[in-house]
Design a protein around this ligand. Structure first.
Ligand code: AMP
Length: 220
């Protein structure tokens, strides 16, 4: 079981990088944000528990997140390669993930930290639009659809995530600084952190990640 993590503030481009990486290498893409949005839409107990936190731009409690990810690991074949996007986001989640992987004779191989300045994050988040049908990502300025409000790929309607409105963005960025940023040191000390310049073009970012993922493993 191979595991890589995409770490970065909201708007750093984790989802876009994940799309490109999984098109080239068969990772199981686990986006906890997508899983929670699906749970909210379905009105499941997890969705009802998470909804308020998400609306406010706060983190969903660790025990809920750990349960969600454990259930995902249990549901997939044991040799699945995972790309975790948006998880872990706290030290508690990171240590629980380590314990969970150790039980499965696995560990985190690489953590790609998508590093971006605050003004770039804000510009990306406010301009982001998503297809309601296929989940494709657009940006009003950087990646506009051919026809305004319509997905190029499937013709679905584009929408703005409720938590991408300006009022919530400030909280989400603050939450990253206070609760998630310490993971950079944690994974640096473990020797698995790879810093990626999130301001680079998406193809360069994806190429950088793929080059490392495809390198033969040493000492495993
Ligand atoms: P994202 O799509 O990754 O930006 O996540 C959207 C929202 O889902 C976040 O603002 C949190 O409220 C919640 N969320 C996603 N992943 C996590 C996580 N690992 N821990 C806590 N909350 C999370």
């Amino acid at each position: 079981m191979n595991v890589i993590i995409l770490l970065g503030a909201p708007g750093a481009g984790k989802g876009t990088a994940a799309e490109g990486v999984k098109a080239a290498v068969p990772f199981m893409h686990v986006s906890t944000g997508d899983m929670l949005r699906a749970a909210v839409k379905a009105g499941s107990p997890t969705g009802r528990e998470a909804e308020g936190f998400m609306k406010r731009g706060e983190l969903v409690p660790d025990n809920v997140m750990i349960r969600l990810v454990e259930e995902k690991f249990d549901a997939e074949p044991p040799n699945t390669a995972y790309m975790l996007d948006g998880f872990p986001r706290t030290m508690e989640q990171a240590t629980m993930l380590d314990a969970s992987l150790a039980r499965r004779a696995s560990r985190v191989d690489h953590v790609f930290y998508l590093d971006a300045p605050r003004d770039l994050l804000i510009a990306r988040l406010t301009g982001r639009r998503i297809c309601r049908k296929c989940g494709a990502n657009y940006h009003m300025v950087n990646i506009p659809p051919k026809k305004s409000g319509v997905c190029d790929t499937c013709g679905g309607e584009l929408y703005q995530r409720a938590d991408d409105h300006e009022a919530t963005i400030g909280t989400r960025l603050e939450v990253f600084v206070k609760q998630t940023r310490s993971l950079i040191d944690y994974y640096t000390q473990r020797g698995v952190l790879v810093r990626v310049d999130a301001a680079d073009h998406r193809d360069k970012i994806i190429g950088h990640i793929l080059e490392i993922v495809r390198r033969p493993a040493v000492g495993q």
